[in-house]
Design a protein around this ligand. Structure first.
Ligand SMILES: [Zn+2]
Length: 163
């Protein structure tokens, strides 16, 4: 679907909490912007951002459950995403915000295959509290190293660099 107009609409929805309250007015506002768009202004890019707080170990999952969650993503997401595409023929791009302190090389490698297959990217999130600046820095540096082993958090330029 191609929309025309100069304005690009970018909506970032950090949380779906109370979406029934703010969602309708957000959609109305977006539709108004589309209606005002005119062909001479060029294409309108509509981006939806749904942040996935990706934690396969969530809620105390044992290693088998963790593995099963990752397996389902790898099997089912490509099937579903491949049925949809944007104006450039690209499927929806999912961003998995993987919890750094739950690092599991097998799981991260599996998710990385989804990304290299063209379905999205892996970003980092970290749970920490009562931390120090040095402690946080150490955790982030370690996470960058861990993630980079699987092609996550590196730039696409040549040569690839850590983010
Ligand atoms: Zn989290």
């Amino acid at each position: 679907m191609v929309f025309t107009g100069l304005r690009a609409m970018i909506y970032s929805i950090p949380m779906m909490r109370n979406v029934y309250i703010w969602g309708p007015s957000l959609i109305r506002q977006g539709l108004r912007s589309l209606y005002k768009a005119t062909p001479e202004h060029g294409p309108v890019h509509i981006l939806f951002c749904v942040a996935d707080h990706f934690e396969p170990k969530w809620n105390g999952a044992d290693p088998q459950r963790e593995k099963e969650r990752v397996r389902r993503w790898n099997e089912e997401y490509p099937k579903n995403a491949s049925r949809h595409w944007d104006g450039n023929g690209r499927p929806p791009q999912h961003t998995w915000f993987y919890a750094a302190e739950q690092y599991n090389p097998v799981c991260l490698e599996a998710m990385s295959r989804l990304c290299t297959s063209g379905f999205g990217e892996i970003e980092l999130h970290l749970h920490h509290g009562y931390d120090t600046a040095d402690g946080l820095k150490e955790k982030l540096e370690r996470a960058k190293e861990d993630f980079a082993q699987h092609g996550a958090l590196i730039t696409q330029g040549e040569p690839p660099r850590h983010a």
